[in-house]
Design a protein around this ligand. Structure first.
Ligand code: IVH
Length: 326
C-alpha cells in the first residue's frame, strides 16, 4: 500500500477517491469475514481501514457515500438460508483503542445528555469473539433465530441454534413476556477449536483460521446434524424487549430464565474503574474458557441509552475497548 497522506493534507478529489477505494475494500473484507468465514486480514488491519474511512468522512462530511461502510454492518445474507428482517437493526460498536478514547466517549455521552461532570454508571462486559445472534421466543418457546447479516436482514439459523445446549428451548419463570427477543454471541472455546481442527485435518478437511470462524462456519450450516457435532456455546448479553430498567438487570433476568450469561462483568462508576476492569480482564484473558477481543462498556441506565440513540451503524451508549491483537 502507498504511504498514507495525513487526512488534513488530502484534497477533495483525493478524499473522494480514497473513500471510494475504502468502500470497495471494506466491503470485500466484510464478505470474506461474514459470508465465507475466512478473512484475509487480521482484525487490527480491518479496524485501521474502518477508522481511516471514518476519519476522512469526519473531515469531509459532504463526501460520505451512499454505500459508506459507516452506514452498514457486515454482509448481506448468503443464499440457501431464509431471510429474517430484524425487529430493530443489529448494530455494531464504535471501537476505543486507548484510555483517551474512553475518556472521549464519556465526555461525548455527558455532553449529549447535558449531565456536566456527573459520574454515570457503566456496565463493563467482556467482548466475546464470536458471532451475534437474535433469538425470538413466543410464549416462552424458542421460535426463531437469526444471524446479524447486514444488520437489517439476517439468515434464519433456527435449526442450528437449537443444537446449542446453552440456549434454552423453553424458558423457565412466571414473568416471561409473551414475545421476547434476546441477543447474544455464539462462540467456540479455544480448546474445543483446536480439537475440532485436529479432527478436520485428520479427515482431510481445511482447518478453520480461529475460533470465531469455526463458530461462524458451524452455525451457518444448512444441515443441523453437522452443527450438532460442533462444540458451540452462547452468552446472552442484550434484550430487545422491555424487561428491565438497567443493563445489569437484563443480564440478571436472562440468567434467571435459563440463559448462559458471562459472569465476568462489573458496574463501574468512574473512568478509573472502567480502566481497572480492562486491565484485570486483559490479565485474565488467556485463562478464560472463551475468546475475548476487548471490553464492551454500556451506559447502565436503559432510559439514558434510549435518549442517546445511535449514529450511523453504532449506538452512542456503548463502546468496545479493544485488546491489542494476540
Ligand atoms: S452489545 C450495538 N455486548 O460485538 C451492538 N456486543 O462490534 C452491541 N459482542 O455485534 C451489542 N460481546 O457481536 C455486545 N458483551 C457484548 C458483546 C458484544 C461481543 C459483539 C457483537 C456485536 C459486536 C460489535
Amino acid at each position: 500500500m502507498p504511504p498514507q497522506k495525513n487526512i488534513e493534507d488530502l484534497t477533495c478529489e483525493e478524499a473522494a477517491a480514497e473513500l471510494a477505494r475504502l468502500a470497495t475494500l471494506i466491503r470485500h473484507h466484510d464478505i470474506l469475514y461474514f459470508e465465507r468465514a475466512s478473512p484475509e486480514i487480521d482484525d487490527a488491519s480491518y479496524d485501521a481501514l474502518v477508522r481511516r474511512n471514518r476519519d476522512i468522512e469526519a473531515q469531509f462530511p459532504d463526501l460520505r457515500r451512499e454505500d459508506s461502510p459507516t452506514l452498514r454492518v457486515g454482509a448481506p445474507p448468503a443464499s440457501g438460508f431464509k431471510k429474517v428482517k430484524h425487529t430493530r437493526p443489529m448494530l455494531s460498536l464504535d471501537n476505543a483503542f486507548n484510555a483517551q478514547d474512553i475518556s472521549d466517549f464519556l465526555k461525548r455521552v455527558q455532553r449529549f445528555l447535558q449531565r456536566g461532570e456527573v459520574d454515570l454508571a457503566v456496565l463493563a462486559e467482556p467482548k466475546i469473539d464470536g458471532l451475534s445472534a437474535a433469538l425470538h421466543y413466543q410464549g416462552g418457546e424458542l421460535v426463531l433465530a437469526a444471524t446479524r447479516g447486514d444488520g437489517l436482514t439476517g439468515e434464519d439459523i433456527t435449526h442450528s441454534i437449537r443444537t446449542i445446549a446453552d440456549i434454552p428451548h423453553k424458558l423457565l419463570g412466571d414473568d416471561i413476556p409473551e414475545k421476547l427477543e434476546v441477543r447474544g454471541e455464539v462462540y467456540m472455546s479455544a480448546q474445543d477449536f483446536f480439537k475440532l481442527n485436529e479432527r478436520r485435518q485428520a479427515e482431510g478437511g481445511p482447518p478453520f483460521a480461529n475460533p470465531r470462524n469455526a463458530a461462524a462456519g458451524s452455525v451457518r450450516q444448512l444441515d443441523a446434524q453437522v452443527t450438532a457435532t460442533r462444540p458451540l456455546h452462547f452468552f446472552a448479553y442484550a434484550c430487545e424487549t422491555n424487561i428491565a430498567k438497567t443493563q445489569q438487570e437484563i443480564i440478571h433476568r436472562l440468567k434467571q430464565w435459563g440463559f448462559a450469561v458471562c459472569d465476568e462483568i462489573a458496574l463501574c462508576t468512574s473512568e478509573a474503574e472502567m480502566l481497572a476492569f480492562y486491565a484485570n480482564l486483559g490479565a485474565k484473558r488467556a485463562s478464560l474458557d472463551f475468546d475475548i477481543d476487548g471490553v464492551v462498556y454500556k451506559i447502565n441506565d436503559l432510559a439514558l441509552q434510549r435518549r442517546l440513540g445511535a449514529v450511523g451503524r453504532a449506538p452512542r451508549h456503548s463502546i468496545a475497548y479493544k485488546f491489542p491483537a494476540e
